[in-house]
Design a binder for this molecule. Structure first.
Ligand code: GDP
Length: 141
């Protein structure tokens, strides 16, 4: 078992799809190990997405991620990072496979419902960004 970070993004909390997305992730075999709702400041969103600072969509991305509440969560599964990337689908919902979170719930390439870590290294960094050790369920069950 390993862990990864997902964030239900502000488009999905705003249009009432957060519960459906969480249910879908549980159906797909992920176990929630930590979860909270927060509204990112501009500084927090900028730091979280610092790797994209030079990309043309960075300003739009920070504006979107601060536009409403989001729900970061730690998810556990076998090979959690690639498993969650498969479950969420391509960045652009028009290219996402059937049954993926983004195919079902994303509005556009920018407003795409969910974030998922793209490597074990980034998962560790992103989990620590949102959760302290004591926030995370580490005991069996
Ligand atoms: P991901 O790993 O599939 O989330 O995709 P990336 O790491 O490439 O991009 C991070 C996030 O930036 C995406 O999930 C989108 O919310 C946003 N993003 C990526 N490309 C675009 C774009 O062309 N336009 C806008 N507005 N946002 C984008």
């Amino acid at each position: 078992m390993s862990q990864t970070l997902a964030i239900i993004k502000p488009d999905a909390t705003g249009n009432g799809k957060a519960g459906k997305i969480l249910a879908l992730l549980e159906e797909k075999g992920f176990t929630v190990k930590a979860l909270r709702m927060t509204r990112l400041s501009e500084a927090q969103a900028g730091e979280f997405y610092a790797v994209h600072a030079e990309r043309p969509f960075y300003g739009e991305l920070v504006e979107f991620m601060t536009s409403g509440p989001c729900i970061p969560m730690v998810l556990e599964a076998d090979d959690a990072v690639p498993a969650l990337r498969d479950a969420i689908g391509a960045t652009d919902p028009a290219e996402a496979a059937d049954g993926t979170v983004r195919k079902l719930y994303a509005e556009s390439k920018g407003r795409n419902a969910i974030h998922a870590s793209d490597s074990d290294e980034n998962a560790a960094r992103e989990i620590a960004f949102f959760f302290s050790e004591s926030d995370r369920i580490t005991t069996a069950g």
